[in-house]
Design a protein around this ligand. Structure first.
Ligand code: COA
Length: 334
């Protein structure tokens, strides 16, 4: 069996910065409320009229990751694309990447696991590499949230949290069994699907229902029971981190860098305190980008790597929780 390790990372966010004060001009909210509850100061939202989408942002992040891996698109054997905001209902964004980057007719798989999407995608990629089926897999997480948010006071509990952006990595075969992904752990609990959901449009709610939707029909916007999500997130994050540490016979002191899904700074801080992690063991950037769902971990990992915070042999832990509910963790030695 082979191991898989990250050989290239990249991210792309739209230029348009939207501050909390900008939001307070279009809805009843404030910088103080948003920062106190979420830690977010600003996020990127694709400008109206722009041609950017989840696929185009993903392609840009992917180009950087492939170049940094010292590879070309010809070396990529498979694409995995995680998003909850695909360009089309179908097909998925993965096939768009194959086309946009002018790649060979390699397979492309889309992952629909929301905030846990990147951890699920990496875990799937790891299995393909471990079995020897593929050598280099492009894993992308990308989200175009802003066009689908309720940007009125009615939607403020959700819309202030989410941002647009993409991150990508190349996961490559290594014959060094001490390096790369050591284990991944995936979970779901579908009975809470309605706690964080966009119900429509779906085949269940299709034309002509969409055309006849009333102004007050909010099923076309994300719904979140924030308090319930928060409570479940802290429990599941903790469990899945303990699972990763126990599997690898490690303790929190062994972690060199923990990158939690950037859901909410308060959740990340709760976890940090619970595991008694020092500030230098945790990397957060939700302050600048908001919650970018499937992109958040890989954007944060790329930024941390660019700042020199990930070094050879470091133990890096990723963990996520989100809609589904789904949650997961992944432990690697850099
Ligand atoms: N600005 C100002 N006020 C707001 C607001 C906003 N953006 N959003 C909600 N409010 C108001 C509510 O209307 C409510 O007012 P009321 O008391 O008059 O009814 C009040 O603030 C408290 O709302 P509540 O939803 O109870 O706040 P909260 O303390 O639970 O914080 C979240 C809301 C969303 C920040 C918090 O629940 C949370 O972070 N949850 C987890 C979210 C998450 O991580 N999601 C991603 C998972 S992957």
């Amino acid at each position: 069996m082979y191991n898989s390790k990250i050989t290239g990372l990249g991210f792309y966010v739209p230029d348009n910065i939207v501050t909390n004060d900008d939001l307070s001009k279009i809805m009843d909210t404030s910088d103080e409320w948003i920062q106190e509850r979420t830690g977010i100061k600003e996020r990127r939202w694709i400008k109206e009229g722009s041609n950017e989408t989840s696929a185009t942002m993903g392609a840009k992040a992917a180009e950087t990751a492939i170049e940094r891996a010292g590879l070309t698109t010809d070396d990529i054997d498979f694409i995995i694309f995680a998003t909850l905001s695909p360009d089309y209902y179908f097909p998925g964004c993965g096939v768009q990447i194959q086309d946009m980057l002018g790649m060979k007719t390699v397979g492309a798989l889309d992952v629909r696991n929301q905030c846990s999407g990147f951890v699920y995608a990496m875990s799937a990629a790891d299995q393909f590499i471990k079995t020897g089926m593929y050598k280099n897999i492009l894993v992308i997480g990308s989200e175009y949230h802003s066009n689908g948010l309720d940007k009125t006071t009615r939607g403020r509990g959700v819309s202030v949290i989410f941002g647009d952006g993409a991150g990508a990595c190349v996961l490559s075969r290594t014959e060094d069994n001490n390096k790369g992904i050591l284990s991944s752990h995936l979970h779901s609990e579908g009975r809470f699907a309605d706690k964080l959901i966009v119900e429509s449009p779906s085949i269940k709610h299709w034309v002509p229902e969409i055309l006849n939707a009333e102004e007050e029909d909010v099923s076309y916007f994300p719904y979140m029971d924030g308090t319930f999500v928060f409570k479940n997130a802290v429990v599941r994050f903790s469990e899945v981190i303990m699972e990763a540490l126990a599997t690898n016979k490690m303790s929190p002191e062994d972690i060199d860098l923990f990158i939690p899904h950037q859901a909410n700074l308060r959740i990340a801080q709760f976890i940090q305190q619970k595991f008694k992690l020092r500030n230098d063991q945790v990397y957060n950037n939700i302050m600048s980008y908001g919650n970018t769902t499937a992109a958040s971990i890989v954007i944060a990992l790329t930024e941390a790597w660019e700042k020199g915070k990930v070094k050879e042999n470091d133990i890096v832990l990723l963990a996520a929780f989100g809609s589904g509910f789904t949650w997961g963790s992944l432990l690697m030695r850099w």
